[in-house]
Write a new protein. Structure first.
Length: 199
């Protein structure tokens, strides 16, 4: 039980440090509102869950191979995020009532999270530290993954709600809102580009 509390505390600290997923969540929340930010969170959570599935089902041995295979997808994601960011940066002031389709943001978040080899390798190295080796290790690893994912989901939801609230404050400054959103999207792309396979 102590290991799970330690895992929850460590994961909370990790969630507070913005990475590519958080940058994407904040960008979508600023642009489309908290509800669409939540759709993005659900997508990124699914992407991370797919990575955790590799770890929990003893497929961590092939993580290196999967990370190599995902490399080209990661670079496509980098280009896409930077393009979206620059396009948003240059957009004229828009109407706050406009929203994007939630499924589109969900799948975008899922793809960005799942294709990040850094988090794949990080999860494979991070979670086993909170599990005792021996019999029942797989079950303990599954429980640890569930705790990790739950804390991640809650933390990312808070990021979405916070950014969605800030969106209304920026109502009078929609050009600035576009610049912030574009900046976060470009930052997400840069963060994904810098996700090297070094732990």
């Amino acid at each position: 039980m102590a290991e799970l509390f330690a895992l929850a505390a460590a994961t909370t600290v990790l969630v507070m440090i913005p990475g590519p997923n958080v940058a994407l969540i904040v960008a979508n929340s600023l642009r489309y509102g908290a509800r669409m930010g939540v759709a993005t969170v659900l997508g990124t959570t699914l992407g991370v869950a797919l990575q955790l599935l590799f770890v929990v089902t003893s497929l961590a041995v092939i993580v290196e191979l999967v990370a190599d295979a995902l490399s080209w997808i990661r670079w496509a994601g980098v280009a896409y995020l930077v393009w979206l960011g620059l396009r948003t940066w240059c957009e004229p002031a828009g109407d706050l009532r406009y929203t994007a389709a939630a499924p589109k943001l969900f799948w975008r978040g899922c793809a960005i999270a799942a294709a990040n080899p850094k988090t794949l390798l990080f999860n494979a190295a991070f979670l086993p530290q909170f599990v005792n080796s021996g019999e029942g290790a797989t079950v303990e690893l599954a429980v640890a993954a569930l705790v990790f994912l739950t804390v991640l989901l809650v933390g990312d939801m808070l990021w979405a709600v916070f950014a969605g609230s800030a969106r209304r404050l920026l109502d009078k400054y929609s050009t600035a809102r576009n610049r912030m959103t574009g900046g976060f999207l470009v930052a997400a792309g840069i963060g994904l580009a810098l996700s090297r396979r070094v732990l």
